[in-house]
Design a protein around this ligand. Structure first.
Ligand code: ARG
Length: 467
């Protein structure tokens, strides 16, 4: 393994016109090896595809391509086994790999960098890395949606309060509330898929920025690396990072959704709400208060959006106003994306676990569903439907009934018929049928409404779309 000193005073990769090595501060600000070593597998895959292509178009010999590919496998093995000594003087993963390849196989290693540059190399590696992450996160999103659908199915008949302004609004069912998140994460999934589609073009062969005079076959390298096609403009190929921005945008939106779910779980499991119990597996205790059971996983899910959105803002700021084509500024792309992607993966895993383990407290939810005169809209609708009142008048009459119930200290169903008739003389005993929360939710049969049958139909639609 070459030490920094053995790499000679000047950088062995680009040091031809330099007589002394860079200042250590230069080396420190310039080096990306501390973080871009995560691209090792992608770098080796890209280099192998490039070497095979160069041999196929007779730019290098088959023997050289064989030596390069075998050598690269060996380098990757060393890295994966933790035996590789990364050198900061060699700046980044690309030059670290190539220098080690040279030490292993000698002269043929020097032919690998024909018809390419680190500019198209890093763009290719980064896309490959992100594509793999996207695939993993698509699968994770599916798992989360699956857990929410299971909750929805088990709780299609559990009534709970529906809120607006976090005030009791109208009763809904638990399954309906779970399906709201299914819709959100379903759209997030679509955004990740879109990002993957646009990302999947291969920059390799754009070289520094202008393309190359060698007769390379860009379709071949693109296909070998699983890309849909080569990128069509060499300048754009090395200067574009919107694939990373698009991923971070989608990730940010998804993280906001995860934070809303997390926040609801935090509220719901409090002693004041007691809507749900979270499992031991996803809560922690307090070192001082023995009674505590803290929803830390949900709290961190709620918080991680900060770093994910921070990554989006950070990278957008780096890219803003950057002239074409490649500038070293763009090296600042990776840490943000790595960090955001790690955070999102963890949040998705935590969310799937927390949701799968969540037990809704059906009794408490039903009791709370009736609080706050939550069936007042049902009453107003009944006055419209059965007594022919205009909705505005019905709204007013219902308001008076709510005031009467409030004064008596009961729910709407606690008023007697004469008490109701004192407000509006045409009200009859049929009114009681709409005052219960069960009847309220059953009546919401409009498409996408909270009636349990509607909820079951939506679960069915989702399950069919996923199979
Ligand atoms: N480490 C660099 C990066 O991440 C690789 C590309 C360097 N290209 C260059 N022309 N210096 O952006």
């Amino acid at each position: 393994m070459p030490t920094d000193k053995e790499n000679s005073d000047a950088n062995q990769m680009w040091g031809g016109r330099f007589s002394s090595r860079p200042d250590h501060i230069m080396e420190e600000i310039n080096a990306s090896i501390g973080f871009d070593q995560r691209l090792a597998a992608q770098d080796v895959a890209g280099s192998k595809a490039h070497a095979r292509m160069l041999a196929a178009v007779d730019v290098i010999s088959d023997a050289d391509a064989d030596a390069i590919c075998q050598g690269l496998d060996q380098v990757l093995g060393e890295i994966q086994r933790g035996e590789f000594e990364f050198s900061r003087a060699l700046e980044d993963i690309h030059m670290n790999v190539e220098a080690r390849l040279k030490a292993l196989i000698g002269e043929p290693a020097g032919r690998l960098h024909t018809a390419r540059s680190r500019n198209d190399q890093v763009a290719t590696d980064f896309r490959l890395w992100l594509r793999q992450r996207l695939d993993e996160q698509l699968a994770q999103t599916d798992a989360l949606i699956g857990a929410l659908l299971d909750q929805a199915e088990a709780g299609a008949d559990i009534v709970m309060p529906g809120f607006t302004h976090l005030q009791s609004a109208q009763p809904v069912v638990w399954g309906h509330h779970m399906l709201a998140y299914v819709e959100m994460f379903g759209r997030d999934r679509g955004r990740l898929e879109d990002a993957r589609k646009r990302l999947n073009e291969c920059p390799l062969g754009a070289a520094a920025l202008a393309g190359t005079s060698f007769p390379i076959d860009r379709d071949a390298t693109a296909a070998a690396l699983g890309f849909d096609r080569p990128t069509a403009n060499s300048i754009d190929s090395v200067s574009a990072r919107d694939f990373a921005l698009e991923y971070l945008s989608a990730a940010t939106i998804m993280a906001t959704h995860l934070s809303r779910l997390a926040e609801e779980i935090v509220i719901w499991c409090s002693a004041q709400f007691r809507f749900v119990t979270i499992s031991d597996a996803f809560s922690t205790g307090s070192s001082i208060m023995p009674q505590k059971r803290n929803p830390d996983a949900a709290e961190l899910m709620r918080a991680k959006v900060g770093r994910i959105m921070g990554a989006l803002v950070g990278l957008a700021t780096v890219m803003k106003g950057l002239p074409l084509a490649y500038s070293k500024d763009m090296q600042e792309d990776k840490e943000r994306v790595f960090d955001a992607a790690d955070a999102l993966s963890l949040c998705l895993a935590a969310a799937a676990g927390v949701v799968a383990d969540l037990s809704p407290n059906a009794e408490r939810l039903a009791e709370s569903a009736g609080a706050g005169f939550s069936t007042a809209t049902d009453l107003a609708d009944w006055l419209v439907r059965e007594l022919g009142l205009p909705f505005r008048d019905a709204h007013h009459v219902t308001g008076s009934l709510v005031r009467a119930a409030e004064e008596k200290g009961v729910g709407l169903e606690g008023l007697s018929l004469p008490e109701m008739q004192a407000v509006h003389d045409k009200i009859d005993e049929r009114v009681f049928s709409v005052l219960g929360v069960e009847n309220s939710v059953k009546s919401r049969i409009s498409y996408g409404g909270t009636a349990p049958d509607q909820v079951r139909a939506q679960i069915k639609r989702w399950r069919a779309a996923r199979s």
